[in-house]
Design a protein around this ligand. Structure first.
Ligand SMILES: *Cc1c(COP(=O)(O)O)cnc(C)c1O
Length: 360
């Protein structure tokens, strides 16, 4: 069976070696005669898997002991509510920087639990840039400032961590985590659904500075209470065991491959190559401010959008899967996460050239 080149935005490509290893261990985990999917989360075996995955993630990202790391259920979307419930405490408000669909959703959800304010937005320019830090309105009274370091749909990424002074910074790093080194200590809290760059859907990683624990609202559901989950090692209830395990395989593979510096160099090269082609070709366009172009999600438009359907079906025939843009914006999007190899980007560029030559 031939595997295709997967440019899907999420659930996204996983490293083939990880899938092989998971298959190898599927029925019989290390001679125990049962699958991880069948094992108690309270067993010593699963405890070791869980602890190793956490330790490897801490090593990859350089997460210090002053942060709790949680493996929760519910996706990044549940964190849109969990963040204000856990972190607002006595503060009167929380500030949000809006740079695309995901930050807007996070902001809307937060508004159900706190006074969520817009510190800055790029909506008027069609989500094509990051608003300059100098123009942000961050209140001294804000519980935190929330940003979305990579907007998966619009393909807009921060290429540095903004300085928000003493106010804790919260980042939804769902589609950028593990793509390159991350300045963890600049964040009070960060969270990521696994299914973009870490593993299968079903587990969400949360990192939270321990001094921010202990301020959850009294009515916070216990399964998303950071303090309670930190005390329970993310096992207050049944964790997403299988997804947690597969993430652990991905973490180990990244460490073996030289960590996030090495990964970042590969990702930068993949992205620059694709943007360079798109910019040079009259037939295609990318609308995003070059200073804010994502390394992970590359949206592009065909010069003749009546060809969109033909483009997608021919790409699929050529073994290039998942290039359809998000339903909210149309056009195309190539998600080039860690597990999408450089050869897939080369194959995509070759297809783009060939399609343009036939249709220009
Ligand atoms: C995919 C994604 C989400 C939503 O994740 P779910 O796990 O489906 O809730 C939120 N934020 C960003 C940046 C994403 O890429």
């Amino acid at each position: 069976m031939a595997r295709i080149h997967n440019f899907g935005a999420g659930p996204a490509a996983l490293p083939e070696a990880v899938l092989e290893e998971a298959r190898h261990e599927l029925l019989d985990w290390k001679g125990r005669g049962l699958s991880i999917m069948e094992m108690s989360h309270r067993s010593q075996a699963f405890g070791e898997i869980a602890a190793a995955a956490e330790a490897d993630l801490r090593e990859l990202l350089g997460i210090g002991d002053d942060y709790a790391v949680l493996f929760l259920q519910g996706g990044a979307t549940t964190q849109f509510a969990a963040v204000p419930l856990n972190l607002v405490g006595d503060a009167p408000a929380a500030d949000y920087v809006l740079t695309g669909s995901w930050s807007k959703k996070a902001f809307a959800e937060a508004g159900r639990f706190t006074n969520a304010r817009i510190a800055a937005t790029s909506e008027e320019d069609g989500w094509r840039s990051i608003p300059a830090r100098a123009g942000w309105k961050v209140g001294d009274d804000a519980a935190y400032v929330h940003i979305t370091p990579n907007e998966t749909i619009g393909g807009v990424e921060y290429h540095g961590v903004p300085d928000v002074g003493a106010v804790p910074l919260v980042g939804d790093v769902s589609s950028t985590i593990l793509s390159r080194p991350m300045a963890v200590d600049r964040y009070g809290c960060f969270y990521a659904g696994a299914q973009k760059n870490m593993g299968p859907a079903g587990v969400t990683v949360v990192g939270v500075r321990r001094d921010l624990l202990g301020r959850a609202r009294a009515d916070t559901p216990m399964a998303i209470d950071y303090t309670k989950q930190a005390q329970a090692g993310s096992m207050l209830n049944t964790p997403p065991c299988w997804a947690w395990y597969v993430c652990g395989l991905v973490f180990r593979q990244l460490l073996d491959g030289g960590g996030l510096e090495a990964m970042g160099r590969i990702n930068q090269r993949k992205a620059e190559k694709l943007y360079a082609y798109l910019d040079a070709a009259d037939f295609y366009g990318n609308p995003v401010d070059p200073a804010a172009r994502s390394w992970m999600n590359v949206p592009f438009l065909l010069g003749r959008n009546e060809l969109d359907a033909a483009f997608l079906s021919e790409a699929e025939e050529a073994g290039l899967h998942g290039l359809k843009g998000h339903r909210s914006v149309g056009g195309m999007r190539a998600s080039i996460y860690n597990a999408t190899p450089e050869a897939a980007v080369d194959a995509l560029i070759a297809f783009l050239q060939e399609f343009a030559a036939r249709n220009a």
